[in-house]
Design a protein around this ligand. Structure first.
Ligand code: ZN
Length: 156
């Protein structure tokens, strides 16, 4: 499967992360994992398991393998779930960005998603120590109404 240059770079970076994880867990090498990783890099983010299953079926990867690999990719910190409160069926996955901290705004009316970064918020979270937990990275979700939905409400 041929990927555009940006996705190819992402694939190489994530494959290193996967290889490290596989070696650390003394697992055997699997070409199917690399194929699914390649498919993941070519997908629009975030994606559902069903979307990944469909895309991976072109490469003859079974549904059961895709579910197992998603679980492994989450453990290996390659993917993360963006909507944690959803059932497995509705869960959306996304490539976990290297070291960056993300703040996401979700509009509960139209489903629009906006990402942004903020140094003051990042610093406040980093300074916050709880239960002697060593934080490596964070992902923050803010729920509300976007500008478009709010202006629409004002009109009607
Ligand atoms: Zn909205």
């Amino acid at each position: 499967m041929k990927l555009p240059n940006t996705a190819e770079g992402k694939y190489q970076e994530l494959k290193r992360r996967l290889d490290e994880y596989v070696a650390a867990c003394s697992m055997r090498h699997s070409e199917v994992r690399n194929i699914v990783l390649r498919v993941v890099c070519g997908l629009e983010q975030p994606f559902t398991a069903a979307q990944l299953i469909e895309a991976a079926s072109v490469e003859r990867v079974s549904t059961a393998s895709v579910y197992n690999i998603i679980r492994l990719f989450v453990k290996a910190r390659i993917l993360h779930t963006v909507n944690r409160d959803s059932t497995r069926e509705h869960a959306k996955y996304e490539i976990l960005a290297g070291k960056s901290n993300t703040i996401q705004l979700f509009c509960t009316r139209c489903g629009r998603e906006l990402k942004f970064s903020s140094k003051p918020i990042a610093n406040a979270i980093k300074a916050y120590r709880v239960n002697n937990f060593d934080m490596h990275r964070f992902s923050l979700f803010l729920y509300g109404e976007c500008k478009v939905c709010r202006s629409y409400k004002r009109l009607f």
